[in-house]
Design a protein around this ligand. Structure first.
Ligand SMILES: NC(=O)c1ccc[n+]([C@@H]2O[C@H](COP(=O)([O-])OP(=O)(O)OC[C@H]3O[C@@H](n4cnc5c(N)ncnc54)[C@H](O)[C@@H]3O)[C@@H](O)[C@H]2O)c1
Length: 251
C-alpha cells in the first residue's frame, strides 16, 4: 500500500508519542501532509523532524484536546497550511489511575473522560464540516479492547466504550456526506503508556505476554498500518466499525 494517501491532509492527535507518532509517520510515508497535534511540544517537534527527515511534510500544533479553541485552531491549521482536510486520527488518550472503582476520585474520572471521550467528540465536531467540504473523508478514533470489554479501570473502560458509541453515531450521521468513521481497538501495544505501567508493576510483563494468543504485545506500527488502511480507499465500504487489533485477545 504505497502512496495511497497522496495529496491528502491528515490530522493526528496524541502524535508526540506512541501510536500517534507512528501513525503520523505512516500517513506521511503514504504521501499525506500531516498535522501533528499534542500537548507535548518537544515530542511533537521530534515527530515532525522524523517525518521531514524521511521526506514528508508535517506541522506541529500545540493542542489540548479538551480545549475547544485549541481544537478549532488545529483544524484551521490543517486547512490553512495544506488546503483542506481528508483524514483525522483522533488518538490522544491517557490511562489515568488504575484503582478499583470505589477507590477512584472524581478528579481522575473527569480527567480520563475529558481527554479520552470529550476530546474525541470535540475533534470530530470541528473536523467533520471540513471533511464534508472535501467531498470524502475518513476518521479513525482510537478506542481500545477496553472499548469492547472490561479490560481496565472503570473510567478508562467507560471512556473507550464511549468512543465506540460516538464513532458509530458519527458514522451513521455522516455516511451520506461520504465521510467514513471507524474506531481502532488496540490490545496491548509497546508504547510509553504501557512502559509507564510496567515500571510500576514490572511483574506484569509475563502476565501481559502470557495473556496474548500471539505471545507478545503489538508494536505501534501494527496499529498504524490498520489505521492507514482504514483511512485509504481500500476500506471504502468499512464504516461504523470498532476493529480490534489485539492479536486475538478478545477471540
Ligand atoms: N498502548 C496501548 O497498549 C493502548 C492500547 C489500547 C488503546 N490505546 C490508546 O491509544 C492511544 C495512544 O496511546 P499510546 O499508548 O500511544 O500512549 P502515549 O502515552 O505514548 O501517547 C499518548 C499521547 O497523547 C498525548 N496527550 C495526552 N493528553 C492529551 C491532551 N489533553 N491533549 C492532546 N494530547 C494529549 C500525550 O502527550 C501523548 O503524546 C490512547 O488513546 C490510548 O488509550 C493504547
Amino acid at each position: 500500500m504505497v502512496s495511497q494517501l497522496k495529496n491528502k491532509t491528515a490530522i493526528v492527535t496524541g502524535a508526540s508519542s506512541g501510536i500517534g507518532r507512528v501513525s503520523a509517520k505512516r500517513f506521511a510515508e503514504e504521501g499525506a501532509d500531516v498535522v501533528v497535534a499534542d500537548v507535548d511540544s518537544d515530542g511533537g517537534q521530534t515527530t515532525v523532524e522524523q517525518i521531514e527527515a524521511a521526506g514528508g511534510n508535517a506541522t506541529f500544533v500545540n493542542v489540548d484536546v479538551t480545549d475547544e479553541e485549541d481544537i478549532k485552531q488545529m483544524v484551521e491549521t490543517a486547512c490553512d497550511t495544506y488546503g483542506g482536510l481528508d483524514i483525522a486520527h483522533n488518538n490522544a488518550g491517557i490511562e489515568g489511575d488504575n484503582s478499583p472503582l470505589t477507590e477512584q476520585t472524581k478528579a481522575n474520572w473527569h480527567q480520563v473522560l475529558d481527554i479520552n471521550l470529550t476530546g474525541v467528540w470535540l475533534a470530530m465536531k470541528y473536523e467533520l464540516p471540513e471533511l464534508v467540504k472535501g467531498g470524502e473523508g475518513a476518521i479513525i478514533n482510537t478506542s481500545s479492547i477496553a472499548g469492547l470489554s472490561a479490560d481496565g479501570s472503570a473510567p478508562y473502560v467507560a471512556s473507550k466504550h464511549g468512543v465506540v458509541g460516538l464513532t458509530k453515531t458519527a458514522a451513521v450521521q455522516y455516511a451520506q456526506e461520504n465521510v467514513r468513521v471507524n474506531a481502532v481497538c488496540p490490545g496491548v501495544v509497546r508504547t510509553p503508556m504501557v512502559e509507564r505501567s510496567l515500571e510500576k508493576h514490572p511483574d506484569a510483563v509475563e502476565t501481559i505476554t502470557g495473556d496474548q494468543p500471539l505471545g507478545r504485545m503489538a508494536e505501534p506500527e501494527e496499529i498504524a498500518s490498520t489505521v492507514a488502511w482504514l483511512a485509504s480507499d481500500d476500506a471504502s465500504f468499512v464504516n461504523g466499525h470498532a476493529l480490534p487489533v489485539d492479536g486475538g485477545m478478545l477471540a
